[in-house]
Design a protein around this ligand. Structure first.
Ligand SMILES: Cc1cc2nc3c(=O)[nH]c(=O)nc-3n(C[C@H](O)[C@H](O)[C@H](O)COP(=O)(O)OP(=O)(O)OC[C@H]3O[C@@H](n4cnc5c(N)ncnc54)[C@H](O)[C@@H]3O)c2cc1C
Ligand code: FES
Ligand code: FES
Length: 488
């Protein structure tokens, strides 16, 4: 505690920032830091809100079995202390230099050979996203490539040649100069991470707390109940960058590994509040694939790599993508303080527009999801202006149980984007219960959506569009269930 320093690897050397010697805030973003130190301006700022990918860097971090995992991340949304104990890889690190020549990394070479760059502003970010893929996947297919690049915008080259570059680079993955130094990097990171003490960074205008264990996190939450909780920081950093929101005290729980895991028991899944959206997306694909239309189109890989399940729920946004499916799955939110813990139904946890049932000395630690009900039908859909990297205009999640006679035995029907919170369509549910699950029943139900919701018109959409789309989504749900019934 009170070390006042963080350490990470940059340019293959340990980089130390000691807040008794520097003047910038601990919540300086990694992008702001890189652009302020010599020789690292290859990382660009396009939007400073996670939308363009020009700022993409790759972080290499230790897994529990002491291997390295490489993740592409938007540096504009990452606060400096999140680098502690990791290797920061920037565009400047990709090529290697000999006394007489510069040897491009295979990723850079492929970009050159496929003419995948014109003005070049987006190119460092694109190269880092492809590099993240190069170090992560064996041989990515086109779907993986498009997914990994969905967080990078290019306004002049055209994506065809960029995808071609990614294919060329990743179809012949060989050890690169990073592979050779991995053992040294691993040993250095182990050394940096040896101390499990919490880090307390003290700046004259900001106190930044970085606990490493849940116990430390809860103690610090009790000691500094006014501190802003930061997890993946993808919401908080946007607010800092765009609205100059300032936090005098920050409790950053992103280094608490105990709350990053997914534990499977006989009856339920325990999802740590710090589980990344990317890990949750894989979990959904394996266990509740009907909700993949939502998790597969959640932000971009750079954001999913750091954004968390806990952060999404605690935001309590009316268009938060995970909340509808978690209501349908009857999830419970587990909160804890140093003295007790509580289990709250997620529906009760969300108390209003961006408001949650969290006491001021508590943290959300887990989300408990019961195992799937194989006798029920699940359905979800997300509607957004763009398919990729866009928040929802509207979303739906449902679970429907039918009797042998084809009547509705049970239903939970949830919409996001129709009210101030994600909300159940209770009149529709009540109407459907006990009725035959037919097209005419569904058509009648659609007329009842206005009993449950009076959506507003705003910049994202009009009232009329929202209501009509809500009805169409219910119709799509009906045909999806019908397809499943017919295929049985
Ligand atoms: C470009 C862009 C695209 C996005 N796309 C989507 C999208 O498609 N769908 C979507 O739903 N969201 C989207 N988001 C929003 C955001 O990424 C998600 O809400 C994300 O899950 C937030 O998680 P985080 O860990 O980064 O939250 P943070 O920014 O760290 O925190 C968010 C809030 O939760 C609180 N909090 C976090 N963890 C805890 C905890 N354990 N206990 C108590 N309070 C806690 C924080 O205090 C804060 O108020 C997008 C954001 C950006 C910038
Ligand atoms: S600067 Fe646009 S995503 Fe970071
Ligand atoms: S090359 Fe100009 S924006 Fe991509």
């Amino acid at each position: 505690m009170k070390s006042n320093t963080i350490q990470f690897i940059l340019d293959n050397e340990i980089y130390t920032i000691d807040w008794s010697k520097v003047d910038f805030l601990p919540s300086t973003t990694v992008l702001q830091f890189l652009r302020a130190i010599p020789g690292h301006t290859g990382t660009k700022e396009g939007c400073a809100e996670g939308d363009c990918g020009a700022c993409t860097i790759v972080l290499a971090e230790l897994t529990q079995d002491n291997k390295l995992t490489y993740k592409a991340i938007d540096s504009c949304l990452l606060f400096l202390p999140a680098l502690h104990g990791k290797q920061l890889i920037t565009i400047e690190n990709l090529a290697t230099k000999t006394p007489t020549a510069t040897l491009l990394h295979p990723v850079q070479q492929a970009i050159v050979e496929t003419n995948a760059s014109q003005c070049g502003y987006c190119t460092p970010g694109i190269a880092m996203s492809v590099f993240g893929m190069y170090k992560t996947l064996k041989i990515p297919d086109t779907k993986n490539i498009i997914d990994s690049l969905s967080g990078n915008l290019c306004r002049c080259t055209g994506y065809g040649s960029i995808i071609e570059a990614a294919k060329m680079a990743c179809n012949t993955i060989k050890p690169d100069h990073f592979s050779g130094i991995e053992p040294t990097i691993i040993e250095t990171l182990k050394e940096i991470n040896r101390s499990t003490d919490a880090i307390e960074l003290s700046h004259k205008h900001q106190l930044y707390l970085l606990p490493k264990t849940l116990k430390q996190a809860l103690e610090l939450r009790g000691k500094y109940p006014q501190a802003t909780i930061v997890n993946g920081s993808t919401d908080i950093a946007v607010r800092q960058n765009k609205t100059s929101e300032f936090h005098h005290q920050i409790l950053d729980i992103s280094s608490v590994t105990e709350i990053k895991q997914i534990i499977t028991t006989n009856n339920y899944f325990q999802i740590g509040a710090g589980c990344s959206i990317e890990d949750f997306k894989k979990f959904v694909q394996q266990n509740f694939h009907e909700f993949s239309p939502i998790t597969d189109h959640f932000a971009s890989l750079q954001i999913r790599n750091v954004a968390t399940v806990g952060g999404n729920i605690c935001n309590a946004s009316p268009i938060g993508d995970l909340i509808p499916m978690l209501i349908v799955l009857k999830a419970q939110v587990k909160t804890a303080s140093t003295v007790n813990s509580r289990m709250i139904n997620i529906e009760d946890f969300i108390t209003g527009y961006r408001s949650i049932d969290l006491h001021n000395k508590e943290l959300v630690t887990d989300i408990i999801i019961p195992k799937r009900d194989n006798d029920s039908y699940y359905f979800s859909e997300k509607v957004s202006t763009r398919r990729d990297l866009d928040i929802s205009t509207l979303s739906i999640a449902t679970i429907i149980k039918l009797s042998k006679e084809g009547t509705v035995d049970d239903i939970i029907l949830v919409y996001g984007g129709l009210a101030a919170t994600v909300k159940r369509a209770k009149s529709c549910e009540t109407f459907l219960l006990g009725k035959q699950f037919t097209l005419s029943t569904i058509s009648e139900t659609i007329n009842l959506i206005t009993n449950d919701f009076t959506p507003i018109s705003d910049a994202r959409s009009t009232t009329e569009y929202r209501l009509e789309t809500a009805g169409n989504l219910l119709l799509k749900c009906y045909y999806s269930v019908l397809n499943e019934l017919e295929s049985k």
